[in-house]
Design a protein around this ligand. Structure first.
Ligand code: PLP
Length: 392
C-alpha cells in the first residue's frame, strides 16, 4: 500500500539520499576505459582527499565498509601479526572479527560500551610491548552502535610517546563528512570510510585513505594473501583515472554530486550543522527524562544519539510502532544493546525541520508504545533550534 509522504530514514546509515544525488546516479553508464570516465574518476579521487583532509591517495572500492576494513588489514599485515583494538561497541567488535578471520592475532581492550577509547590504556599496552609485536592499532572514530566519538589524536599521541611503530588504523565510516576528521594532521595510517553515511550516497562504495607509512608496509612487509583489495594495482590504474576492473560508475556519478554539494556548503559548515542538530537532539532526549548511552559529554556523537530505554521496555517494540504509524525507521540496538537502546540518526542530508519531524515521531511513538517518559518534550529541542537559527 502506498504510504504518503517521505519515509524518514533516521538510522545512522544508510542515510537519506538527496534528490540531487539520486538524479546524478540516474544517467547512462559509460565505458569505464573512456576519457570521459577518467575525468569522473580523477575528480572523485581528488575530491575524496579533501574529505579525508589528506594529500595521500584515497582508494575507492565497490564494497560496503566491511570490505574497506578488510582491505586496510590485508594490504599492510603479515599472517599471525598482533593487532590491538578497543571494543567501543559493536563496530569495534566486528572489525576485530574481520582481523581474526584473516588469521591475525587480536588483542581487545574492552570498554563498557558507553565510553570511547582511553588513550592511556592504549599507551600502557604499547609500553608493555618491548618486542614491538603489535603491528597495528585499530579504533573506531565514531562508534555507531553507541553514539560515542573517540579522540583520535590522543591515540596517535600514545603511539608517539611510546615511539611505537604500529600502524594506526581508524574507522571513520559514520563520521566522515559529518564530524571533523583529519587523516594527515592526526597521523592516521589507514582511514576507512563508507558511502552511505555522511556522504549521503546509497551503500556500495567504501574507501581507504593511506599514509606513506602504510604504503611502505604494503610494499615491503605485508604477506597476507589479497587480490581484489590490492592497493598497488588500484594506484597504478587510478594514476590515469582508471580502475583495474569495472568500477561502480553510477555510484561515482553520485559521489561527484555529493562532493559538489559538500564543497558548496563547506566542510566547516557541514560539521557545525551536525554539531547543532546533535545538541538539539540531546535536549529532547533529556526533556523526555531518558538517558543517552554516551556518558562523557566530551564524547557525544554529532551524527547519532543512542538512547537507553527505561527498564522493562523493548526498543524493538518502540521502533516497530514508530515505523508502522509514522513511516520512520530508527536505529536498532546492536550487540549488547539489543532490546535496550535505540539510535536516532541525525547525519547526512539533514536539517532543523527534518530533526523536528524526527523528534516529533519519537515523542509520539513513546506515547503510543506506553514508554514512560517525562512530559518535557520536543519543545526543548525546538527552542534550541530557534536559538541556533538566531545566532547563524
Ligand atoms: C556503518 C558502519 C560500518 C558499516 O559497514 P558496512 O559493511 O557498510 O555495513 C562500519 N563501521 C562503522 C563505524 C559504521 O558506522
Amino acid at each position: 500500500m502506498y504510504k504518503a509522504g517521505r519515509h524518514f530514514l533516521q538510522i545512522p546509515g544508510p542515510t537519506n539520499v538527496p534528490d540531487r544525488i539520486l538524479r546524478a546516479i540516474d544517467a547512462p553508464t559509460i565505458d569505464h576505459r573512456s576519457a570521459q570516465f577518467a575525468e569522473l574518476a580523477c575528480f572523485c579521487l581528488e575530491g575524496m582527499k579533501e574529505i579525508f583532509q589528506t594529500t595521500s591517495p584515497v582508494i575507492i572500492y565497490s564494497a560496503s565498509g566491511t570490505g574497506a576494513w578488510e582491505a586496510a588489514l590485508v594490504n599492510t599485515l603479515r599472517q599471525g601479526d598482533l593487532v590491538l583494538t578497543v571494543e567501543t561497541g559493536q563496530f569495534g567488535r566486528l572489525w576485530a572479527n574481520v582481523a581474526r578471520n584473516l588469521g591475525l592475532r587480536v588483542e581487545v581492550i574492552p570498554t563498557d560500551w558507553r565510553h570511547g577509547v582511553d588513550a592511556a590504556e592504549v599507551q600502557a599496552r604499547l609500553a608493555a610491548d618491548p618486542k614491538r609485536e603489535i603491528a597495528a592499532v585499530m579504533i573506531v572514530h565514531n562508534e555507531t552502535s553507541t553514539g560515542v566519538t573517540s579522540d583520535v589524536p590522543s591515540v596517535r599521541g600514545a603511539l608517539d610517546t611510546e615511539s611505537h611503530p604500529a600502524l594506526l588504523m581508524v574507522d571513520t565510516i559514520s563520521s566522515l563528512a559529518s564530524i571533523d576528521y583529519r587523516h594527515d594532521e592526526w597521523g592516521v595510517d589507514v582511514s576507512v570510510g563508507g558511502s552511505q553515511k555522511g556522504l549521503m550516497l546509497p551503500p556500495g562504495l567504501s574507501f581507504n585513505a593511506v599514509s606513506a607509512k602504510a604504503l611502505d608496509a604494503a610494499a615491503n612487509r605485508a604477506t597476507l594473501p589479497n587480490s581484489f583489495w590490492r592497493w598497488d594495482a588500484m594506484l597504478e590504474f587510478n594514476a590515469r583515472g582508471f580502475f583495474p576492473f569495472t568500477p561502480a560508475t553510477n555510484l561515482l556519478y553520485g559521489l561527484r554530486e555529493a562532493l559538489h554539494m559538500l564543497r558548496e556548503e563547506g566542510l566547516a559548515r557541514v560539521f557545525s550543522r551536525h554539531q547543532r542538530l546533535a545538541q538539539a537532539t540531546r535536549k529532547a532526549v533529556c526533556g523526555w527524562g531518558l538517558e543517552v548511552v554516551a556518558q562523557n559529554p566530551g564524547e557525544y556523537s554529532n551524527t547519532l544519539t543512542g538512547v537507553l530505554m527505561p527498564e522493562g521496555h523493548d526498543e524493538a517494540h518502540l521502533r516497530g510502532v514508530i515505523l508502522d504509524r509514522f513511516n520512520m525507521a530508527l536505529g536498532a540496538g546492536l550487540g549488547k544493546l539489543a532490546g535496550r537502546a535505540f539510535r536516532i540518526g541525525h547525519l547526512g542530508d539533514f536539517n532543523s525541520l527534518t530533526l523536528a519531524g524526527t523528534l516529533a515521531g519519537v515523542q509520539m511513538g513513546l506515547e503510543l508504545a506506553d514508554v514512560p517518559h517525562a512530559s518535557g518534550d520536543v519543545e526543548a529541542a525546538l527552542r534550541c533550534l530557534t536559538a541556533q537559527a538566531r545566532e547563524q
